[in-house]
Design a protein around this ligand. Structure first.
Ligand code: S3P
Length: 170
């Protein structure tokens, strides 16, 4: 089977839904942020602080290159992965892009208190969430093959929605 690619903003539930989905479909879960952290031997925070966001985006693109020919994986991507059209093009070859989405209030509730996300580790995270979402939402929507709103669905329900789509998609 092809892969399922999860895209979407921080706090949209990619990790939780992705792991559950992989279990249900007997696929392997991977996360592009985890791959980068392992390869670099540094946290995402350290990479942003020491090398800057652009270097991190280059690392993301390199990870996508390394995924070519992959099968049977649920691939969770960092929230900014779709910012580079070349990444989107390569990911689309690997499987459908499923957008997990949550409204800004839900994103804020889910991400507050975590220091692991440099883009939200700022004085006014609510404002950042809104600003980044406003910019990215049209891109997420444009590239997505399926949209799932996790503000209103449980992880279980989100998986069911994705599995129904996959069945119909074969
Ligand atoms: C980012 C999202 C993060 C991580 C990095 C940048 C973004 O991943 O890649 O902090 O630009 O939205 P998650 O979406 O998995 O939190």
């Amino acid at each position: 089977m092809k892969n399922i690619i999860l895209i979407g903003f921080m706090g949209a539930g990619k990790t939780e839904v992705g792991k559950l989905l992989a279990k249900k479909l007997k696929m392997t879960y991977i996360d592009t942020d985890d791959i980068i952290e392992k390869e670099q031997g540094k946290s995402i925070n350290d990479i942003f602080a020491k090398s800057g966001e652009e270097s991190f985006r280059d690392m993301e693109s390199a990870v996508v290159d390394g995924l070519a020919d992959m099968k049977d994986h649920v691939i969770s991507t960092g929230g900014g992965m779709i910012l580079r059209p070349a990444n989107v093009k390569k990911l689309k070859k690997l499987g459908p892009l499923v957008l997990l989405w949550a409204n800004p209030d839900v994103v804020y509730k889910r991400t507050k208190g975590s220091l692991a996300r440099p883009l939200l580790n700022v004085d006014d995270p609510k404002k950042s969430i809104k600003n980044i979402l406003d910019f990215r939402m049209p891109i997420y929507r444009k590239v997505a093959d399926l949209e799932v709103d996790t503000s209103v669905l449980s992880p279980e329900e989100a998986c069911n929605r994705i599995m129904a789509y996959i069945k119909g998609d074969k």
